[in-house]
Write a protein that binds this ligand. Structure first.
Ligand code: KG4
Ligand code: ZN
Length: 373
């Protein structure tokens, strides 16, 4: 490790993953630990905020300890502690912020506050740097997860050592986030939780042209999204097709027995269900890709960044890559592991702020609705 590589501990607890990571020089992941709470929230079909906070409390100390052990360092070796300040679930955020504050105070190390959404942008950059690529700015960035579906115009801002960015919001969802739509559709179809990964796998076995979901009609900002309509459309489709109920019941029973693999779900799904799933995914992917490309064209950017849990989706990645190529745009994604919430992206996003001397004190507070500016 070169002496100029600062070691930053990142801490993330905004939703349902308790995560800690050590990143060197703002770019190299030395260790990254993510403790998922999916098993706890599964039976509710979504994140239960009170349970999330309680679980973060239980996991945060061992997760940080493991991140340090894997990195082969001790607390005094750190140069700074970067923690997610918001946006997210307030009780969940408070666990990370409070722990980060206490750790920084006890060690006499700088404390850096990070916006979770800026973390997702840095997840793309971490991956690009690891591959020796450097995304050209300005860019249009789509952050698409269970909690967010939002488009930003990202520009290079004044630098002070490491590159800094400024963000202007282009549009966002007016109702559900895309990941939320996946989770709710999977719940109606009894495909398990979270819905994204299972629908991703089943969709490739169905006909995406089988069912036409109308494009969401947006008045006003053409870069806004709306996914509640497609969720309702799935609901009415199931009402019109009562013959699908028996397989839904069979899948519900399989899930209750702990059989949740894609193979089990596929074996219990008729071609009508696979077609529904494929058509649902095609509609969401087309909407995300079309609005993002239109935003890139309007802002005359040649780069697209895509991040967040739904960025792990295979059809979304393939469609973005194919369409961006046609338009002569470069598109960047994080690896699948860095797409979902993690703390490496928080440490990386904290690095330029650390270099700029943007340190927080004990008055730092979590902010559930923190905007990205
Ligand atoms: O970024 P993330 O871990 O947490 C939030 O900030 O929400 O994203 C989780 C969301 C869930 O809604 C999950 O269903 C979705 O991302 N997701 C996917 C895939 N993997 C995760 N959606 C579509 N396709 C996937 N492969
Ligand atoms: Zn996230």
């Amino acid at each position: 490790m070169s002496p100029r590589e600062n070691l930053i501990l990142g801490i993330e607890s905004s939703c349902d993953e308790t995560a800690a990571a050590v990143v060197a020089g703002g770019q190299r992941i030395v260790s990254s630990i993510v403790a998922s709470q999916v098993e706890i929230h599964r039976k509710y079909g979504g994140v239960v905020p009170e349970l999330a906070s309680r679980e973060h409390l239980r996991r945060i100390v061992p997760v940080v300890r493991e991140a340090l052990e894997r990195a082969g360092i001790a607390l005094p070796d750190l140069d700074a502690i970067a923690v997610t300040r918001g946006p997210g679930l307030i009780g969940a955020l408070l666990v990370g912020v409070t722990y980060g504050k206490v750790l920084a105070l006890a060690l006499g190390k700088p404390l850096i506050a990070v916006n979770h959404l800026e973390g997702h942008v840095h997840a793309v950059l971490l991956e690009a740097h690891a591959a020796g690529r450097r995304p050209e700015l300005p860019a249009v960035c789509l952050i698409v997860s269970g909690g967010h579906t939002i488009l930003y115009h990202v520009q290079s801002a004044a630098t002070n050592g490491a590159e800094r960015f400024s963000y202007a919001r282009i549009g966002g969802t007016r109702d559900d986030a895309a990941g939320e739509a996946y989770d709710k559709a999977a719940r109606m179809l009894a495909l398990g939780y979270p819905g994204g990964p299972i629908i991703d796998q089943l969709a490739s076995h169905g006909n995406p042209q089988a069912i036409r979901f109308g494009e969401p009609k947006m008045r006003g900002n053409p870069y806004d999204f709306s996914f509640s309509g497609i969720k309702t459309a799935v609901f009415y489709h199931l009402r019109r097709h009562p013959e699908l109920q028996s397989e839904i019941e069979a899948r519900r029973e399989a899930l209750a027995r702990g059989e949740r693999s894609a193979e089990s779900m596929r074996a219990l799904s008729s071609s009508a269900t696979l077609d529904l799933v494929a058509s649902f995914q095609r509609a969401i992917v087309a909407d995300l890709v079309n609005r993002t490309l239109a935003a890139a064209e309007q802002h005359a950017t040649r780069t697209i960044l895509v991040s967040g849990g739904v960025a792990a989706n295979r059809e979304l990645r393939a469609t973005f890559e194919a369409e961006a190529k046609q338009c002569g745009l470069a598109v960047y994604f994080p690896s699948r592991a860095l797409s979902t919430d993690n703390a490496a992206m928080i440490a990386a996003a904290g690095y330029p702020r650390f270099l700029a001397g943007e340190h927080e004190d004990a008055t730092l507070n979590a902010e559930a609705n923190l905007p990205l500016t």
